[in-house]
Design a protein around this ligand. Structure first.
Ligand code: B12
Ligand code: SF4
Length: 486
């Protein structure tokens, strides 16, 4: 059988502009390796900019696949739908399937929800995709685990197969599936890899708690490949890609298993020896672990702060850490020469202006090299999504990316203070950071003065916002803020 994967990979904005994400998709590359090993032919359409119908259909006609296989996150799903319609209109005999996070979170949006997609395949599909394509050739594809399909007016909803416990049993990702020329520039000098699958935490806005729930062997949700297997893939990748300058680990929890991490830190510098960047979770870091990271070659870590307000972060987002822990970990990284990126969200349910200021302040104290701010987006069926439904915040709007206006209708959304705080987190962080660097009592008074621009009930709003505008303009004139790529 011939399978053409379609991975929509760009963001479109309301003003008609777009942004190419243009990165490697390890899930698709791993399935491609399995399908090829089973004797199927595989290729990829990887749109990184808006595609005209004729262009997409011409691509399909040249490739003539039996199966068009979409991979989609929730944000990319409308694009998959559009391409599926064009696929079916150009050749109704082509089988269309869709997998990825959206299929796990909201399968009924795909089947029965999307006329032009024949099957939704949920969960980890490394083996399932091969069985499904084999069954399309000779067998019953609706009998394969993970599959949702229409049968007359009914929907077949097969159970999700157990998680794959031995990740070393899987082949290395078929990175050749991706055309280098189509990838964003820094992807070419970066070797992207994942050493694990799953995450043990339950952040209410993230998909992990919902993904985990679907598996019978959910206790095995967090799984690591052996250090041998990860390093062998990196050595292979280094040989294959002479332009590779650094490694990016996409896992959140490299330090989850101390023995694994100890072995990795001892062997990585010797066997791979390239600088690396990774994500990390504040609770899993202390000075000793950070020292080990630095000695192993870590040059940058991205860590979620998300909210600086302890109530919002703990009770609503279910991220259980203190502001002092966050600040300590960021400072320790800096002391050991590791650059940091903080990831934060605004426009969350229950978030008031003083809570946004708490986020600004913890960033100002932690002083990451880059502060990344995204706008909260509710992924279907997560706990935070339910909060949005219960509180009536949900609209039927859609956004491709976290970096535009909110999709929610929040009650205080248009208030000048919230808007000013939300839109200026970066500038405010550098303002507050300079205030904190002043000598003790002066710092305190300056911070209170900055706070009053948002919170004072005595000063009229117009006056406060005008003063804030001037301060921000001055801050802006100090030059662009640093943005480290990772
Ligand atoms: C690495 C990563 C990225 C990388 C790579 C993207 C990618 N698509 O792989 C980068 C940094 C580029 C990225 C970007 C974004 N990401 Co991201 N990312 C991840 C992360 C941490 C790991 C993904 C991964 O590699 N897993 C390991 C592989 C093996 O698993 P997999 O990709 O899920 O694939 C398996 C199954 O899903 C299934 N499958 C997948 N596709 C298909 C297709 C078919 C046909 C079939 C049959 C099966 C199938 O089989 C695969 C093999 O087992 C996940 C977290 C998570 N829990 O999944 C978030 C996650 C996928 N990202 C998320 C988001 C929101 C984004 C962005 C929209 C963020 C943004 N910038 O606005 C973009 C979207 C980019 C895009 N084009 O879709 C969300 C998606 C939530 C949702 N409901 O959609 C997740 C789940 C994290 C979260 N917050 O909950 N991301
Ligand atoms: S730590 Fe990160 S990956 Fe894990 S549940 Fe929280 S947001 Fe998701």
């Amino acid at each position: 059988m011939k399978v053409t994967f379609v991975y929509p990979d760009f963001f479109e904005y309301a003003d008609g502009s777009y942004f190419p994400e243009a990165r490697m998709h390890l899930g698709v590359a791993m399935m491609s390796a399995q399908l090829k090993a089973a004797g199927h032919e595989v290729d990829l359409i990887h749109p990184v900019k808006p595609t005209a119908r004729e262009e997409f259909v011409a691509e399909l006609e040249t490739r003539a696949p039996d199966v068009v296989a979409f991979s989609a996150t929730t944000m990319m799903y409308p694009k998959a739908k559009r391409y599926a319609q064009w696929t079916k209109e150009s050749n109704p005999a082509t089988v269309t399937i869709c997998g990825g996070v959206h299929a796990m979170l909201d399968p009924s949006d795909i089947v029965p929800g999307t006329e032009h997609i024949d099957y939704a395949l949920r969960g980890e599909c490394d083996h399932v995709v091969v069985e499904f394509v084999d069954a399309l050739g000779s067998g019953d594809p609706t009998a394969v685990d993970n599959v949702w399909a229409r049968r007359g007016d009914d929907v077949v909803r097969n159970p999700v197969r157990d998680l794959i416990e031995d990740l070393d049993s899987l082949p290395f990702a078929d990175r050749d599936l991706f055309d280098d020329a189509n990838l964003c520039e820094d992807q070419r000098e970066r070797g992207t890899v994942m050493a694990s699958r799953g995450c043990p935490y339950n952040c209410t806005y993230c998909s992990n708690h919902i993904q985990r729930l679907q598996y019978d062997n959910k206790k095995k949700y967090v799984r690591f490949r052996s250090v041998d297997h990860v390093l062998a893939e990196l050595v292979h990748l280094k040989q294959q890609t002479p332009s590779m300058r650094f490694v990016r680990f996409d896992d959140d929890i490299l330090t989850w298993d101390e023995d694994w991490f100890g072995e990795f830190c001892a062997r990585y510098p010797v066997e791979v020896g390239l600088p690396f960047v990774c994500n990390a979770f504040v609770n899993l870091l202390d000075e000793r672990i950070i020292e080990m990271f630095a000695a192993a070659g870590c040059e940058l870590m991205a860590m979620g702060i998300e909210s600086g307000n302890p109530w919002l972060r703990g009770k609503i987002l279910h991220r259980h850490m203190t502001n002092d822990d966050i600040v300590r970990v960021y400072r320790t990284c800096r002391d050991h020469g590791i650059k940091t990126v903080s990831t934060n969200m605004v426009a969350m349910p229950h978030e008031s202006v003083d809570m946004i200021l708490d986020t600004v302040k913890v960033n100002a104290r932690a002083e990451p090299d880059t502060v990344q701010v995204s706008v909260f987006y509710p992924f279907p069926n997560t706990h935070m999504y339910d909060v949005c439904v219960d509180e009536g915040y949900l609209t039927d709007g859609h956004r491709d990316s976290f970096f535009c206006d909110s999709v929610l209708k929040l009650p205080y959304y248009d208030e000048a203070e919230v808007k000013a705080a939300r839109e200026n987190v970066h500038l405010l962080t550098s303002l507050y950071a300079r205030a904190y660097r002043l000598p003790g009592p002066v710092a305190e008074v300056t911070v209170r003065g900055l706070d009053s621009l948002f919170l004072s009930e005595r000063m009229p709003r117009k006056l406060r916002m005008a003063a804030l505008d001037r301060l921000l303009a001055h801050e802006r004139s100090r030059g662009p803020l640093e943005f480290v790529k990772y």
